[in-house]
Design a protein around this ligand. Structure first.
Ligand code: SF4
Length: 387
């Protein structure tokens, strides 16, 4: 499959399943690949994958929707889709710089499940479940229900906190995946937040359009559009993830007037080459999704085998900027380890700087000079006639 074309996931390994079942999101969840035996029914695992899968009971659970599982190349142990969701033994090796909570979220929780780290916005963790589990998940300490911590969001206390804190104008629903909640439960939470007069904006972070596009039903979209302004950040890492089903799910959200952004994580062996990243970002634009952030992979425990270097990330942005549509170039960021928040990383386009000029390079490496504006207005001697 070309990285630039849209193909369907159905039917793949599930040839006996009717389209009605396949398109039912509850069916997809009930038939997730979640055990070693189920994995081995469809894939010949490597020794590292087998050992890694045996360890998932005490770390991050194994879970892959049939929809996403069909995107795995069963003959390629280095398949970029497979690397994201099939556990590997390397997950049990912890490097000294790695952490259970690399973004320092627990230290910034005034209320259980509510992270208030930036001045005017908060993160509300509304569930600990996802449609499938990403092996590099920043929140693997609480996500999936088998990790070392339990997510116990105190919703009533969170709503009281939001009502008291008038500086908060933006609430991001995350988790886990908020779109795994029922329409009724999600609507209840949206209505509670919307009832707080100073909240101007609600955002949802979700990988459901990619892992479980069947969940994006017309009913869900009709409910969501009642709570505008509502924005949604999808999470896509490789162009293959943008199937016909995912494109159509994103289209339904866009048709409901929801502005769509995408967050990718820079992952070794998944998207750390310029051709793949460009194809991903260009395909996202075709799906009416703006590539928003490219994250340097957090220092989550057991993720060293998936982390690319910052140098590679900067080179990749250099190879995108100017070479393709500006909308297709995400902002590369690193979350300051331990709780520093997002820090933008950009290639350097300033070659030299003097008091009165900048020497700049463009995307082709050509050099240009631009005069520095004098901050003090120049006083011309034009009023001598008054003497
Ligand atoms: S969908 Fe998000 S929260 Fe869930 S496992 Fe993946 S990265 Fe973690």
């Amino acid at each position: 499959m070309s990285n630039r074309t849209f193909t369907a996931s159905y039917p793949g390994h599930w040839r006996d399943v009717s389209p009605d079942d396949w398109n039912n999101w509850q069916w997809q969840l009930r038939h997730r690949i979640s055990t070693l035996e189920q994995l081995e029914q469809h894939l010949t695992l490597t020794r590292e994958e087998r050992a890694g899968t045996l360890l998932t009971g005490s770390k991050l659970a194994l879970g892959i929707t049939p929809h996403f599982f069909n995107l795995i190349d069963r003959h390629d142990p280095n398949c970029p889709i497979r690397r994201q969701v099939v556990p590997r033994l390397e997950e049990s090796a912890y490097a000294p710089e790695e952490m259970a909570d690399p973004c320092g979220e627990d230290r910034h929780m005034p209320v259980p499940g509510l992270v208030h780290r930036y001045p005017d916005r908060v993160l509300l963790l509304v569930t600990d479940r996802c449609a499938s589990y990403c092996r590099y998940c920043t929140r693997s300490r609480v996500v999936s229900g088998v990790g070392e911590q339990e997510l116990a969001t105190d919703f009533e206390a969170a709503f009281r906190y939001l009502a008291r804190h008038e500086e908060v104008r933006d609430v991001l629903f995350s988790g886990g995946d908020p779109l795994l909640l029922s329409d009724a439960r999600l609507e209840n939470l949206l209505a509670r937040v919307r009832a707080i007069p100073h909240i101007q904006l609600v955002r949802i972070g979700s990988r459901v359009p990619i892992f479980l596009p069947q969940r994006v039903t017309p009913e869900l979209c009709a409910m969501l559009k009642k709570y505008h302004p509502l924005w949604l950040s999808a999470h896509t890492n490789h162009p293959k993830e943008l199937t016909i089903e995912a494109r159509d799910a994103l289209g339904r959200l866009a048709d409901a007037g929801i502005p769509l952004g995408n967050q990718s994580v820079l992952l070794k062996g998944v998207n750390n080459d310029a051709k793949t990243l460009a194809a991903l970002c260009q395909k996202l634009l075709q799906c009416r999704v703006r590539p928003y952030y490219l994250y340097q992979c957090d220092l989550i425990r057991g993720s060293a085998h998936l982390r690319a270097s910052i140098r590679e990330g900067l080179d990749l942005i250099d190879q995108l900027r100017g070479h393709t549509t500006g909308y297709a170039v995400p902002q590369y960021v690193v979350d300051g380890p331990g709780g520093g928040g997002k820090i933008p990383l950009n290639p350097n386009y300033i070659v030299a700087r003097t008091e009165d000029r900048y020497v700049l390079r463009n995307y082709r490496g050509d050099i240009y000079e631009y005069p520095e504006q004098n901050p003090e207005p120049v006083v011309l001697q034009h009023n001598r006639w008054k003497d």
